[in-house]
Design a protein around this ligand. Structure first.
Ligand code: DCS
Length: 481
């Protein structure tokens, strides 16, 4: 019989090429082991609520009221909900045309986009236009919308950091473009050298690829570094010279665990640079409700802001967004709440601050425990997690381990991570899923397990690792890199 439409051999080849390690082989094996009754510590996904983080009370109260507006007519509503949550729910309902059950504008509710614009003005000190802000189902959808608008085919290149969060490699494959890597330097705390960017662009050119965009992830995933203002302005100057649109993935902007390099947005640096840069460099910045002290991954709320993007292009992006009718409306309310939080004097303010600070301060301590834990292990070196939600230690695998992996038909870091999973139940992502320099191996964990469980997790990691090294290290021949 002739093959049918959805038979594997007839599928879009780009779909087959997509790889997404965060839910890859390790995750599948961990799910299997869990079914068999093994206790698994899922540190493969930055999904805080799945690891026990409690939702903030106030935003959930507001969204609960928006979802159940009949409660607002209940004479006892004031006994169940604080007055500021009631007022805020009424505010959001008044911004919708028909409540949470109605589609919104395909760019998102205008009133919420205005709240985002006000937030950006407060954050950066520069006005932001709500017409250039689109609300999305998580930052992922926004990134995909923009990449699909940019990429025409395999000769369009996108500069992506390596290591990178595989949303970028996967989406570029899906849309049939070409990923042009630039390497972050581990020994310089995952810093970025603009000369490497230039080399990457000219190498791509020699292969007939035109680089059109550059991605930065700040703070970095999986690498956890925060870019300095000087570095950001170098990057923006480079984008200006090369005519690239900068895609600024800033989803971890609240997750900062040191004081030396606070988060600074690409938009602010660009505006501070003044003309011609501030008028010329095309920038799209992304944010989400999935990270920070919110961690509301399941709600799927995000936005992107466009700077210096021609209005005809904005219209095209709007048109394509319209095909999906409307972003998820409850998520838009979460976004409104995130960018327009409670203020001092509000009834729920103290509780909100207590809860949000509690989350961030604990993450800061956990970042430290993890880094120190990894650095105490044999053949493991790890940069401090300055921001984001991950630790990305380098595992210096002895040649014998690399050989053993080869004979097992596995990439060496996958081999190590599988053994770690079987021995300890800790489910990580091998560094190869994010890209790394040839012959260098890593793994990624989140820093999200409960703080009280952290010392035991690190102890069990250390025990596994040190035994693994003992087993595979050739004490005579092997020297550390
Ligand atoms: N950008 C980066 C850098 C991310 O790490 C993530 C999620 C996203 C965008 C998309 O988030 P939302 O679509 O939820 O807004 N990070 C994944 C990760 O590495 N682990 O868990 C999710």
């Amino acid at each position: 019989m002739a093959p049918k439409g959805l038979d594997y051999e007839l599928l879009n080849e780009n779909v087959k090429k997509v790889q997404y390690a965060v839910r890859g082989e390790l995750y599948l094996r961990a799910s299997e082991l869990q079914k068999e009754g093994k206790k698994i510590i899922f540190t493969n996904v930055g999904n805080p609520h799945a690891l026990g983080q409690k939702p903030l009370t106030f935003p959930r109260q507001v969204v609960a009221l928006c979802q159940a507006p009949f409660l607002l007519d209940d004479p006892n509503v004031g006994l169940m909900f604080p007055a500021d949550a009631i007022a805020r729910a009424k505010h959001y309902l008044s911004l919708t045309s028909g409540g949470l059950g109605a589609y919104s504008d395909s760019r998102g509710i205008p009133g919420v986009r205005k709240e985002v614009a006000d937030f950006l003005l407060r954050r950066d000190g520069y006005p932001s236009d709500p017409e250039l802000i689109f609300l999305t189902d998580g930052a992922s959808k926004g990134v995909m919308q923009i990449l699909s608008t940019i990429i025409r085919g395999p000769s369009d290149g996108i500069l992506v950091p390596v290591p990178q969060y595989p949303l970028y490699s996967a989406a570029i494959s899906l849309f049939g473009g070409t990923l042009v890597p630039y390497y972050l330097e581990e020994t310089a705390n995952w810093g970025l050298d603009v000369n490497d960017l230039r080399n990457a662009v000219s190498q791509a050119k020699s292969k007939g690829i035109t680089v059109k965009a550059m991605v930065i992830i700040n703070p970095g995933n999986p690498t956890g570094q925060c870019l300095s203002e000087a570095n950001l302005s170098e990057i923006l100057r480079f984008c200006y010279q090369e005519g690239l649109v900068l895609l600024g993935d800033e989803v971890y902007q609240q997750n900062i665990y040191q004081d030396e390099r606070p988060f600074i947005s690409s938009k602010k640096v660009l505006m501070d640079m003044g003309p011609p840069y501030s008028k010329e460099v095309q920038l799209v910045s992304f944010h989400t409700v999935s990270k920070g002290y919110w961690g509301e991954c399941g709600q799927r709320g995000g936005y992107f802001e466009m700077t210096n993007i021609p209005s005809k292009t904005v219209d095209e992006i709007y048109k394509v967004a319209s095909i999906s009718l409307s972003p998820n409306v409850p998520a838009q309310i979460f976004m409104g709440l995130m960018v327009n939080p409670l203020k001092p004097g509000d009834i729920s303010y103290e509780q909100f601050i207590r809860e949000s600070k509690g989350v961030l301060e604990s993450l800061r301590r956990r970042a430290r425990i993890m880094t120190d834990g990894f650095n105490s292990c044999r053949n493991v070196v790890c940069n401090f997690t300055e921001g984001a939600m991950y630790s990305f230690p380098q595992i210096r695998l002895p040649p014998k381990a690399i050989e053993a992996a080869k004979s097992a038909g596995k990439v060496a870091d996958v081999f190590y991570c599988l053994k770690l999973l079987e021995a300890t139940g800790i489910s990580t992502v091998p560094g190869s899923g994010f890209g790394q320099k040839e012959g260098v191996f890593h793994l990624r964990t989140t820093i999200l397990p409960a703080e009280e469980d952290m010392p035991a997790i690190m102890e069990s990691f250390k025990k596994f690792n040190d035994e693994f090294m003992e087993q595979y290290e050739d004490h005579k021949g092997y020297s550390r890199m």
